[in-house]
Ligand binder design. Structure first.
Ligand SMILES: Nc1ncnc2c1ncn2[C@@H]1O[C@H](COP(=O)(O)OP(=O)(O)O)[C@@H](O)[C@H]1O
Ligand SMILES: [Mg+2]
Length: 257
């Protein structure tokens, strides 16, 4: 493998679904060991970007490249990207009747020693013990589903995680736990908390960013990154003036350092 500085580098990415252009000449770089946030109004293309990066069908790349650790992954299948160390948590993950959370976790951890103990340990950590033998997401609240998604990410232990709105539908008291779990997903070495894995947190409200350290934030608008910069400064501005004002000022590729 070639040496690389950026875990992810997206150059001029254009994506269509049918006739509709969903991502439009999008550029985004995430250096190895950094966690970035993707902000933006509903419908700006955040979920589309995540699904395209994971390789889901229905998103046709008509231009551009996606480099993961310096290699173009844009032609790879979902499972091949997963094998490279990319994983996602969904905003609205479905109920899967007949498949228990425990059986899914056993499958994820099939090559891990002491998998049964590890499942219990992770379930305790995420406060999901009582749901292990239920069908996945069956009857769970919004916050519990988010914890189930994070539990699966913790079991997968990917190098690069993308999380779609991990704070939506989570009450203010539970946000702290969700934030702690996200921090853990990005911990590369517990003895060296500054050494982090990489990822992208999608958040429309920005609520979760008070609980997780973010290296940089990007605002998405109409299928491209409108501006990038310091997450707290950008969030302050969004909460004061709203996305509407933000969009007025967006020229493609602006920097707010
Ligand atoms: N498969 C699809 N076919 C057609 N339009 C789509 C498809 N997926 C998403 N869209 C549209 O693309 C836009 C961006 O959607 P999405 O990525 O879900 O935005 P966000 O996650 O920022 O709310 C929306 O207008 C949405 O309706
Ligand atoms: Mg979305």
């Amino acid at each position: 493998m070639k040496p690389y500085d950026n875990i992810l580098e997206i150059n001029n990415l254009t994506v269509q679904a049918g006739e509709k252009t969903l991502l439009n000449n999008l550029n985004l770089t995430i250096p190895a060991g950094e966690v970035h946030a993707l902000l933006g109004q509903n419908g700006s293309g955040k979920t589309t970007l995540m699904m395209t990066l994971m390789g889901f069908s229905g998103y046709e790349i008509t231009n551009g490249v996606i480099l993961f650790k310096g290699e173009d992954i844009s032609k790879l299948n979902v499972y091949e990207r997963a094998q490279l160390g990319i994983a996602i948590s969904l905003q609205r993950s479905p109920t899967i009747d007949g498949v228990t959370l425990r059986s899914l976790l056993s499958h994820i951890l099939r090559k891990t020693e002491n998998a049964d103990e590890k499942i219990i340990e992770l379930a305790k950590l995420t406060n999901m013990e009582k749901f292990l033998d239920r069908s996945i997401n069956d009857g769970l609240s919004g916050g519990e589903i988010k914890r189930a998604e994070l539990l699966q990410l913790l079991a997968m232990d990917p190098q690069f995680s993308m999380m779609d709105e991990p704070d939506s539908g989570v009450d203010i008291v539970s946000l702290q736990l969700v934030g702690d779990l996200i921090k853990r997903v990005f911990t590369a070495d517990e003895k060296h908390p500054a050494k982090r894995k990489s990822g992208l947190i999608i958040t429309h409200s920005g609520n979760i960013l008070n609980f997780v350290n973010i290296d940089k934030a990007h605002i998405m608008h109409e299928g491209r990154i409108g501006c990038s910069g310091n997450a707290s400064i950008m969030l302050d501005n969004i909460s004061k003036y709203g996305y509407e004002e933000c969009i007025h000022c967006i020229g493609v590729g602006k920097q707010h350092e």
